[in-house]
Design a protein around this ligand. Structure first.
Ligand code: PAF
Length: 281
């Protein structure tokens, strides 16, 4: 496994491999790798000749300074895991490498970033777009892998890749969960033991909502989910929205065609957890 710190070096290496006909699979991460990331690497491994993983805690996507400072950083363990998974290249730039000067670009996502994460984390998706475009320009992947836990991010990155005409296939990979159902997240390690014990209620409630599904209105289902999670003293719902999977806009009725997704953000103490569930049509 080769480790790169500079954009120019990894780009040259990848370009020469592509000239030799090799396909490049890319998994962008912010490190603190867990089984969710590893599943992205394994998906990439199945479909590409060369696997590139980037590790960079991107400051421009954090709208909360404390979250950025406290974001877990476990680079030695990450490298061991990636080596074990047969990753070929790891790209670990520092901030100066990715942002030698402030990135003033402003991206437009239509209505995609006016709801949910976009509404509660202003500027977050602009920061994601800034780093993802820089990473795509550097790694020039044939395929890039993203987890479905960040459902809105996935939709925004698909739009970004298509708007900017990146010749990359965006591949969505299923959510990986702990044995008790909690969606894997680097932030889970920051939960107190008590918060960790209560956090699985999020997925349990989503499963119950999925079962109830269309027997009640989206509005009533939304209220039931929010109330039952907020009844837990360790959890506070920031939002729960039932949205169309293509437009990301909240739905008022189940009748319109298309898949509906229930997306949730919950605060467990200071830690923000997100998850989602699909409502079958
Ligand atoms: O999903 C993430 O970990 C980040 O948002 C990403 C895509 C690596 C960009 O920093």
């Amino acid at each position: 496994m080769e480790v790169f710190h500079h954009r120019r070096e990894i780009k040259l290496r990848v370009v020469s491999l592509k000239k030799a006909g090799k396909s490049i699979g890319f998994v962008p991460t912010m490190g603190a790798l867990h089984a969710g990331h590893i599943s992205l690497v394994r998906h990439a491994r199945q479909q590409n000749d060369v696997i590139v993983v980037s590790i960079f805690v991107n400051p421009t996507q954090f709208n909360n300074k404390e979250d950025l400072v406290r974001y877990p950083r476990t680079i030695d363990a990450d490298l061991l895991l990636l080596e074990k998974e047969g990753c070929d290249f790891v790209f670990i730039p520092d901030e100066m490498e990715m942002y030698p000067e402030p990135d003033l670009r402003v991206f437009s996502f239509g209505n995609f970033d006016k709801v949910m994460e976009g509404k509660f984390r202003p500027g977050h998706f602009n920061g994601v777009a800034q780093i993802v475009t820089k990473l795509f320009d550097t790694v020039t992947p044939d395929r890039a892998y993203f987890g479905q836990k960040d459902f809105q991010q996935l939709a925004i990155i698909r739009k970004l890749a298509s708007d900017c005409r990146y010749p990359v296939e965006i591949v969505a990979c299923p959510i990986v969960r702990e044995a008790d159902g909690l969606a894997m997240s680097s932030r889970n390690t920051r939960l107190t033991p008590e918060e960790r014990q209560h956090a699985p209620l999020i997925y349990k409630t989503l499963l119950k909502a999925q079962e109830t599904g269309r027997s009640v209105s989206p509005e009533s289902l939304k209220k039931a989910v929010i109330d039952s999670i907020n009844d837990d003293p360790f959890l506070q719902v920031e939002y729960f929205e039932i949205v169309d999977d293509k437009t990301l806009q909240p739905v008022k009725s189940w009748d319109k065609p298309g898949t509906k997704i229930g997306c949730i953000a919950v605060l467990a103490g200071k830690i923000r957890l997100i998850d989602n569930i699909t409502f079958n049509s």
